[in-house]
Design a binder for this molecule. Structure first.
Ligand SMILES: [Zn+2]
Ligand SMILES: [Zn+2]
Length: 159
């Protein structure tokens, strides 16, 4: 499971009222005839990703694991449900938190650990850990996303 931080904006939905929808109001799917085999196996041809990169609509999105999202949101000072990290913020708010979020926090990384497993009577629990500098790099990317939100007059959404 993972969490994506992306640009969103408020729109009126007939059924749900005011909702936060992705700013990129289009998808990059190609007609099935583009790459028929790929469409059959993967649901879309490989050109769709290249189209997306060329368009730039997802350029600033930040995708992280659920566990890392919880740790990042903690550094940013947002309350979050560890089972389901989701929320939104203005670009101004997120930018301020992203540039100060690592102050006073250790960013030397944590090793991957495995707990439980065969012979322990408990299921295997793998914690992938994080590389040194992970939070610095990720908060820098979130600061870029926040700046993009300011420029676009958009919200930053995570879910
Ligand atoms: Zn194709
Ligand atoms: Zn696009």
């Amino acid at each position: 499971m993972s969490v994506t931080f992306y640009l969103g904006r408020y729109v009126e939905d007939e059924q749900f009222g005011t909702i936060l929808a992705p700013l990129a109001d289009h998808t990059h799917s190609r007609p099935e005839t583009c790459c028929e085999d790929a469409a059959l196996y993967f649901g879309q041809c490989n050109h769709a990703e290249a189209d997306e990169a060329a368009c730039g609509c997802r350029e600033h999105e930040v995708n992280v694991s659920n566990a890392n999202a919880v740790a990042i949101l903690e550094r940013l000072g947002y309350d979050t449900d560890p089972e389901c990290p989701a929320g939104e913020a203005t670009g101004d708010d997120l930018l301020g938190r992203a540039v100060t979020g690592n102050i006073g926090h250790d960013d030397s990384g944590t090793p991957a650990t495995v707990d439980g497993g065969p012979g322990t009577g408990r299921c295997t629990w793998v914690d992938c850990g994080v590389d040194a500098g992970y939070f610095t790099r990720t908060l820098e990317r979130l600061a870029e996303l926040a700046t993009a939100a300011q420029n676009a007059g958009a919200m930053v959404v995570w879910a």
